[in-house]
Design a protein. Structure first.
Length: 350
């Protein structure tokens, strides 16, 4: 077991991806079942995401899905990675998380992002446009103010049951997210979207600019990324092909398709344009995959360079059995400790 990777919490983000031949209802049920499996393996958090009108992703209402996950589990922290704040009124977001925290006290996380709808049509349907993301710092400040009772936009209004509660808030590093997190004194969730070196520079700037707040006294960095562990390097790489193909397709068609089998993903990529084949290759870069020894070495190097406080694993694949096996292998590699067995999965509601 690696001494570096064993010293920080590891968590999971699930995007409720649909598979070819599967409907969205099954994808959502799979997410809830997956959360119970992840809890049994000893991971720290289980987060769900927000995507509107995306055919290959079923999770469009993250706080609703988080409630289902929390009700089906008993010990793991549950949250969002994240709620896209420009799509919503801060009061409504505060109320939703206030309800979650009231039902499942001490287990709820509030991950927040600044993205708006994926396409122009979706943004119009949401009543938003790209410029709404520019006011993310103000929206975030108002949201936090609903919990502390200090928001000034609507002094005659109070958020019930949020006011007086403290739900841990995290900022996703999209756009100016790292700077916003530093200025607000909040934890940062960051992925190597522009490459590892760029990510590490953003982390360094976040730590340098961090302003202690009532929500956090010290910088807290959650690295986010894809990790796949299998018996062989090639098996681990194969696990990542469906998501890579879907990502490449989304960048030329504006939608994420349901995940196809690795063989279908390869065949589809081979039959497309040169640009899509290039995007397919690009989507396979920057991930950590391989055998236990290979992944341990890669994680040790990354975590030593970054000094990260947590790691959020975001792996998706067509084969759910192989995907769970990857998470199981990673948990064993990290020496994660499963929680005591729960006798009542509705305990969080009592």
């Amino acid at each position: 077991m690696s001494p570096v990777t064993a010293t920080i919490p590891f968590s999971v983000l699930d995007r409720s991806r649909t598979r070819q031949g599967q409907d969205t209802a099954q994808a959502l049920r799979d997410t809830v079942r997956f959360a119970r499996e992840i809890e049994a393996l000893g991971y720290h958090r289980f987060w769900v995401s927000e995507h509107h009108s995306v055919p290959g992703i079923a999770g469009s209402a993250p706080t609703v899905l988080a409630a289902a996950v929390a009700a089906a589990t008993s010990t793991i922290r549950v949250g969002t990675g994240g709620v896209m704040l420009p799509n919503h009124r801060p009061l409504v977001v505060a109320e939703q998380f206030g309800v979650l925290e009231s039902l499942f006290p001490g287990r709820v996380d509030m991950g927040l992002g600044r993205s708006v709808g994926f396409t122009d049509g979706i943004r119009r349907a949401l009543g938003r446009d790209k410029s709404d993301a520019d006011d993310f710092p103000g929206q975030l400040a108002e949201l936090l103010g609903w919990f502390t009772g200090t928001q000034t936009a609507h002094p005659e209004v109070h958020a019930h049951p949020a006011e007086g509660l403290r739900v841990p808030a995290f900022v996703l590093a999209t756009g100016r997210g790292a700077q916003v997190a530093a200025e607000a004194g909040l934890p940062l969730v960051i992925a190597p979207v522009q490459g590892e070196d760029a990510m590490l520079r953003a982390v360094e700037a976040y730590r340098a600019d961090f302003r202690p707040s009532g929500w956090g006294e010290h910088p807290h960095v959650v690295l986010s990324g894809t990790v796949a562990v299998a018996a062989t390097t090639e098996e681990a790489r194969t696990l990542l092909l469906p998501e890579a193909r879907a990502t490449a397709y989304s960048r030329t068609h504006g939608v994420f398709p349901p995940l196809a089998s690795p063989a279908a993903a390869l065949a589809d990529a081979a039959a497309t344009t040169e640009r899509e084949r290039s995007l397919f290759e690009e989507a396979q870069r920057g991930h950590l995959y391989g055998t236990e020894d290979e992944v341990a070495a890669a994680l040790d190097k990354l975590l030593a360079r970054s000094g990260a406080d947590e790691y959020l694993v975001t792996t998706s694949s067509y084969d759910r059995t192989a995907l769970l096996d990857s998470y199981r292998r990673l948990a064993l590699l990290l020496g994660l400790s499963p929680p005591p067995p729960a006798t009542d999965m509705t305990a969080g509601l009592k």
